[in-house]
Design a protein around this ligand. Structure first.
Ligand code: AMP
Length: 591
């Protein structure tokens, strides 16, 4: 059987008419081929057309707009030619960083992020120096426009990134104002994960006959493939993979990663851990690639670490497992990847690593393939150790069947007679030697931090108002969160998105800095980092939502038989805190 199926050739970046300097940068960062949204979006944007792209984070949408914009910027003109609007400071920084990466070979090109919470000074000097590309949150962009510090009279490209998020966060007016008050002949690219009526209307009103791009997905997955996922943070993926390799009974495995460099790095790390692994990617010459696949077929190699392109059409019956170490950009790649197992009527196993922020991609995969993926727990230390012990037992059984045992049996008998040591101790000593002193079992994991429900409920000592807020939960990155009260509530018709939008922008916070939000009749309680600086607190006291000053201040819960004096309130009462979380109108703003 041939190991390559006939598949339509995907386009390469070189097919897309991208500026050579940008092309070189894409090759430096190790992208092998355009993701579907890039393949569909880059050509019309390079032709100067407006584009509406339905795409989520993780699909490669940043490069989909950054690459064509950078291919057409004129660095001989000092003025701002491209503006990208993003809903949060976090995304603005990420997008600016991506522009920086893709423009590494364009001398003199300046990219400037501007967002709420950062001092105006840094932004002003950046703007004065002349930024060809500005990436900003809508509120701060409007501020600069009003102050006359940002000049968009020569704007040629406007990108709205995560447009639906921007509207949800209350930036509709700002976004429309920017669309209206910038040159009529600019090119506009609008990216959104969803297409609510408000986005349709904006696209109709402000875009010029846009090309609409939704990447169609191949959606059928074979029923003989068991599909599971593991939730794991990026920095723990390697540990998760090595545990999976220990507990899963696999014959051969393909592990998918996103870049060529990652194939080499991961294969190297797996070899260092004693696995027989090799990398294949688009840079590996055909002869070498065929040799590697030959080894995988004949069992000389068990693990292949591959990019999508390199593994396209690979057909090796032994592949019992596919691991999506980096989640694919789109459903079609997912279907393609997992189709590398379950060949020749066999059973196959597909495993997907999902980082907390990638959960929406998992949902898209489940929706498109109409098949829910079962969650697999990360194998525990006990699971791994049980496997090690079982394998140890198997290796003894195997060696007992060997013909070469006779010579060693004689030596052990002699030793036993000379030393009078129980045979079991001799066996244990030999086992220790064969393990070369390595720690045979994994050490127990440090105990997990106690869950909130298990926290002792003893009353806390009364706190003074000026102590600062008491931490009451942890954010996704482990940061301590505390409760803050703001003076807007249901009466002011605020929604969680507007609160996040305003506070994130003016306080320079990231979405992952938000905990629960509880909207009460005339105020709201928001969980934010316990250690907000005085500067941030000051900025947030003066922030407005729906025109109302929010007067943000630490919340200490309902008073508890207040003894005396200003602010001598009872301890921030746990009951109050917990009730918030159960109460209506709350939402969690990080993942
Ligand atoms: P984005 O959807 O723009 O946030 O991109 C998600 C991730 O995919 C980022 O880590 C990018 O660096 C990466 N990425 C984007 N385009 C490609 C590509 N063509 N090949 C490999 N990785 C890519």
């Amino acid at each position: 059987m041939s190991d390559i199926e006939r598949d339509p050739e995907p386009p390469t970046f070189a097919d897309l008419d991208i500026d050579d300097r940008v092309l070189k940068a894409l090759s430096d960062v190790g992208y092998e081929s355009p993701s579907p949204i890039q393949a569909a979006t880059i050509p019309p944007l390079l032709e100067g057309k407006d584009v509406v792209g339905l795409a989520q984070t993780g699909t490669g949408k940043t490069a989909a707009f950054a690459v064509p914009v950078l291919s057409r910027i004129d660095t001989s003109i000092k003025q701002t030619q491209a503006l990208v609007l993003a809903p949060t400071r976090e995304l603005a920084l990420q997008v600016a960083e991506a522009f920086g990466k893709y423009s590494a070979h364009i001398p003199g090109l300046n990219v400037l992020p501007i967002y709420g919470g950062q001092s105006y000074g840094v932004q002003l000097s950046g703007l004065r120096r002349g930024a060809h590309v500005v990436v900003g949150t809508p509120g701060r962009v409007i501020d600069h426009l009003e102050k006359g510090t940002l000049d968009l009279t020569n704007l040629k490209y406007l990108v709205l990134d995560e447009a639906d998020e921007m509207l949800k966060m209350g930036f509709q007016e700002d976004v429309e104002r920017i669309l209206r008050d910038t040159p009529g002949d600019k090119q506009v690219a609008l990216f959104s994960a969803t297409m609510p009526g408000s986005i349709r209307r904006i696209s109709k009103q402000y875009l010029n006959n846009p090309v609409e791009i939704t990447v169609k997905s191949k959606t059928s997955t074979a029923s003989n493939i068991t599909q599971r996922y593991i939730q794991v943070a990026h920095q723990r993926k390697l540990d998760a993979l090595t545990r999976v390799l220990e507990v899963e009974a696999f014959e051969a495995m393909i592990i998918f990663v996103r870049t060529k460099q990652a194939t080499e790095d991961l294969a190297e790390k797996l070899r260092a851990r004693g696995h027989s692994a090799a990398a294949i990617n688009g840079d590996i010459v055909q002869a070498q690639r065929e040799r590697t696949i030959g080894q995988l077929k004949n069992g000389a190699l068990d693990i292949l670490v591959a990019t999508d392109v390199a593994a396209r059409g690979l057909d090796v019956d032994r592949i019992s497992h596919v691991v999506n170490y980096d989640i694919p950009h789109d459903t079609e790649s997912y279907v393609h990847r997992i189709g590398r197992t379950g060949r020749a009527g066999r059973q196959g196993d597909a495993l997907l690593f999902v980082a907390p922020r990638e959960r929406h991609l998992l949902k898209s995969i489940e929706k498109a393939t109409r098949q829910p993926l079962a969650e697999m727990q990360l194998p525990s230390v006990d699971d791994v150790n049980a496997q090690r012990v079982a394998k140890f037992g198997d290796s003894i059984t195997e060696s007992l069947a060997s013909e070469n045992l006779a010579m060693f049996r004689k030596m052990i008998e002699d030793y036993d007679q000379e030393h009078d040591v129980p045979l079991i101790d001799i066996a244990a000593a030999l086992a220790l030697q064969s393990r070369d002193g390595e720690a045979f079992l994994l050490s127990p994991e440090p105990p997990a931090p106690p869950r909130r429900e298990r926290e002792p409920r003893e009353p806390r000592p009364p706190r003074r108002f000026d102590d600062g807020p008491a931490p009451r939960s942890r954010g996704p990155e482990g940061q301590e969160l505390a409760a803050y009260r703001i003076a807007v509530g249901k009466r002011h018709r605020v929604v969680p998105g507007a609160i996040v939008g305003a506070i994130a922008n003016e306080g320079g916070l990231r979405r992952s800095d938000f905990g629960h939000i509880s909207i009460r009749p005339d105020h709201s309680i928001v969980e934010l980092p316990a250690d907000l600086s005085n500067e941030t607190l000051e900025a947030l006291r003066r922030t407005r939502i729906s025109g109302v000053l929010i007067q943000l201040q630490p919340d200490f819960g309902p008073p508890q038989g207040r003894p005396s004096g200003r602010g001598d309130r009872g301890g921030r009462d746990d009951r109050g805190g917990r009730d918030d979380r159960r109460g209506g109108g709350r939402d969690r703003y990080n993942d």
